[in-house]
Write a protein that binds this ligand. Structure first.
Ligand SMILES: [Zn+2]
Ligand SMILES: [Zn+2]
Length: 216
């Protein structure tokens, strides 16, 4: 397994934030999408590992769905749904993959894909890279730990991860939204039922996935 160095992960995150902060200055952009496709099964178009940042003039449908859900929950409970999820995950412990002072990595309850894992800041924050400077090394640490644990279980793993962050330039603030990274190992194929319905069949309960990831 290729060794992942902490300092490289940190430098990589710093570069992502530097680019994102610069792109956000252009008022035409309403959403920044950061994602990484690793390995052929994940649709990687280049041979070397890489991350892409795409600045969009609109908020994409998938992001909107999650944002609207978070808003509906906030209107009903007057609390951020992601902060509630973090509280519950820490309390139940069963789905945690890694944890440090500032971040939590866990296999979410009712995951869509086997071994789907989210990395989320414990402190409420709507935008990726905002107020992150003091916590960048903690993010690098937990991202590295999550990938190392995944690769221990699946040495030739292909994966995608996507940063979900609040829209920019007046398209919504981060009051009810909470940025996070959705890490999706490519272990199964999305097939007819999923394409047809938008529903997902996951044969690995998140509790079992977390147990495997912590077992070696
Ligand atoms: Zn929150
Ligand atoms: Zn999300």
């Amino acid at each position: 397994m290729q060794k992942i160095f902490q300092i490289e992960v940190e430098n990589y995150l710093r570069m992502c934030c530097r680019r994102g902060t610069d792109l956000a200055k252009d008022k035409r952009f309403k959403y920044l999408m950061y994602f990484r496709n690793f390995g052929p099964a994940a649709g990687a178009s280049l041979e070397h590992p890489h991350t892409q940042i795409v600045a969009l003039p609109m908020v994409p449908k998938n992001a909107l769905e999650e944002i609207h859900g978070a808003k509906a929950y906030f209107d009903f409970r007057e609390r951020c749904i992601f902060c509630d999820i973090i509280r519950q995950e820490i309390e139940e412990k069963e789905r945690i993959v890694a944890e440090n002072k500032f971040f939590l990595s866990f296999c979410p309850f009712v995951s869509r894909f086997p071994f789907e894992t989210w990395i989320i800041p414990k402190k409420h924050s709507g935008h990726f890279c905002q107020d992150l400077s003091g916590e960048l090394s903690a993010l690098g640490e937990i991202l590295k730990e999550t990938i190392v644990k995944m690769k221990r279980v699946f040495p030739n793993l292909s994966y995608n991860y996507i940063v979900h962050s609040a829209p920019i330039n007046g398209e919504g603030d981060g009051e009810f939204y909470h940025w996070h990274i959705e890490f999706m190992p490519k272990l199964t194929q999305v097939a007819g039922f999923e394409w047809g319905t938008g529903f997902y069949v996951n044969s690995t309960p998140p509790e079992l996935a977390a147990k495997y990831l912590n077992s070696k």
